[in-house]
Design a protein around this ligand. Structure first.
Ligand SMILES: Nc1ncnc2c1ncn2[C@@H]1O[C@H](COP(=O)(O)OP(=O)(O)OP(=O)(O)O)[C@@H](O)[C@H]1O
Ligand SMILES: O=C(O)C1=C[C@@H](O)[C@@H](O)[C@H](O)C1
Ligand SMILES: [Mg+2]
Length: 175
């Protein structure tokens, strides 16, 4: 039975790399943010607006306990998932947890791409974004570093290289 769980900061590429990895391995892919949205029939920004971050974290915790029971899956978490409750310890007990790591400048660049709305970053200018990432990343790193595996994707930064991230990840986890 395989269960690979990907964690890391917003914009690291958890969803992108997780989806590609699952496809390559023929495993089912779950993105925790998307799972929450489909189970609750609401978007992540709606949940934040209605229940605040505290409400979102409780839902995220409960939904994590659902997806992390599934077998033969790749699960990509939200950026904050490992940093609340005992989530990271629980994940380490459930599967092979990989920390997808990237430099703040790379995270910043990714976050300006794509259309995903991220409530915690809403309305921030470029300068504010980098400062915010630096601060929040240093608070979150101790949680991320509890993962059994780490993969730095800073130097694998373009679309073609998403493939390289996937094969490095496979090598790391031994699958
Ligand atoms: N290695 C990469 N090279 C270039 N672009 C990338 C790479 N990885 C991700 N991206 C791009 O960066 C953006 C953010 O990636 P993604 O949504 O996968 O991040 P995430 O870690 O899932 O973020 P969140 O925690 O907010 O869900 C996307 O537009 C994606 O296409
Ligand atoms: O880093 C975070 O705290 C978040 C990341 C996203 O994946 C979502 O889970 C949500 O926007 C919060
Ligand atoms: Mg994601």
């Amino acid at each position: 039975m395989k269960r690979i769980i990907i964690i890391g900061y917003m914009g690291a590429g958890k969803t992108t790399v997780g989806k590609a990895l699952a496809k390559e391995l023929g495993l089912q892919f779950y993105d925790l943010d998307w799972y929450i949205e489909s189970r609750r029939h609401k978007t992540v920004p709606q949940i934040f607006a209605e229940t605040g971050e505290e409400g979102f974290r409780k839902i995220e915790h409960d939904m994590l306990h659902e997806v992390a029971e599934f077998e033969d899956v790749v699960i990509s978490c939200g950026g904050g998932t490992p940093c609340f409750f005992d989530n990271i310890d629980y994940m380490n007990g459930q599967g092979q947890v990989v920390y997808l790591k990237a430099e703040p400048e790379v995270l910043c660049k990714h976050l300006k791409m794509g259309k995903t709305e991220r409530p915690l970053l809403k309305g921030k200018s470029s300068d504010e974004l980098l400062t915010f990432i630096n601060e929040q990343l240093s608070r979150r790193t101790p949680f991320y570093e509890k993962a059994r595996y780490q993969l730095d994707v800073s130097l694998m930064d373009n679309y073609e290289k998403i493939k390289i991230s996937v094969s490095k990840l496979r090598e790391l986890v031994g699958i």
